[in-house]
Design a protein around this ligand. Sequence first.
Ligand SMILES: *Cc1c(COP(=O)(O)O)cnc(C)c1O
Length: 396
Amino acid sequence: MPEPFSGFSTRAVHAGNEVDRHMVTHPKAQPIYQTSVFVYESLAQVDDFLAGNPDNYMYTRIGNPNPAALEELILALEGGEAALFGASGMAAIGAALLGNLEAGDHLIASRELYGTTQSLIEKELGRFGIATTLVDIRDLAAVEAAIGPRTRLIYTETASNPLVRVSDVPALAALAKRRGLKLLVDNTFLSPALYRPLDDGADLVLHSTTKYLNGHSDATGGILAGDAEWVARARRFQINAGGSASPFEAWLTFRGAKTLALRMQAHSRNAQALAEALEAHPQVARVHYPGLPSHPDHALARRLFPRGCSGMLSFTLKGGLAEVDRLIHNLRLAVFAPSLAGVATSISHPGKTSHRALAPEILAELDIHDGTVRVSAGIEEAEDIVGDFVQALDRL
Ligand SMILES: *Cc1c(COP(=O)(O)O)cnc(C)c1O
């Protein structure tokens, strides 16, 4: 409390602010730096900030210790030269693309992208003169044929939503390298505990940390990691466009990420058990999980993901919308919540949520039907998850 100013309102604003100033011990857990701005003691400290001292913070939109801690953590998990944390997965994707591409540039992307990513590419990038060709990302000849003189980037997801089709990242990386392009991989569905795209030659990796990295369905965020120049331009865009994350969201995600490896083992084990049980159930027409020998990418998944295939799977009922509604009603443990990757098992309906905007013929071509249900297997006991689905299906 600065002397001699002691008016009531002055005390209310200033008392207690410096409780940590002379602390003998440091907190074991990271504090939440819930502040929009930092205090400077001299003009020289401003010069030091502008010279790029990473321990000098000025304003939370530009930088804050909580997002910085998370960036350091993800860099240690994914590898790469630099990382950037943003307010959501889409903030990180937007910063990566809009911060690096220019009018006239071209990118090649998987046609099975996360819906909002596809919308960003078509509705926003398109308006700024950045063109995209959507391809079947597993058809390497089609990817190569789409390369033009202004192509800069190949964009894919490690595993697609909702059919969990796997991208051959090593092959795409080799192609990108040979043709002088960058490869960016959205690794949200696998997480670095199960797969590290940068190790297989990708230049950049992305996550919606809203999903597995945080894992508790209570914080929104996104991270970009990899090539230092791309991350630096993405950071400049994020500062200018204002997509920076809040300290509290970063803190929650930092806390959640500590148990990532343990959670991913449990998610993978439970998804495998559930996929096998669903495949054996008479009400189920098809199950899509790369851990099953029946999945078209099973061999590739075994090669890329030896530690497990994560908790995402989908299945198609023999029935349609009415049976899906009854399934939602019958499930006692799993809830219908159109997101994924939390500790609790949840289901979603791609046709009514994530893929709602697609025409019926496109949905049919993608093998997504009225009876298709996506599951995000949680970390509960496998017997309880399997038992819940079996009792719900038995009563359809
Ligand atoms: C959820 C998700 C995103 C978008 O992330 P938000 O945090 O919702 O902005 C991007 N890619 C994939 C694969 C996702 O699942």
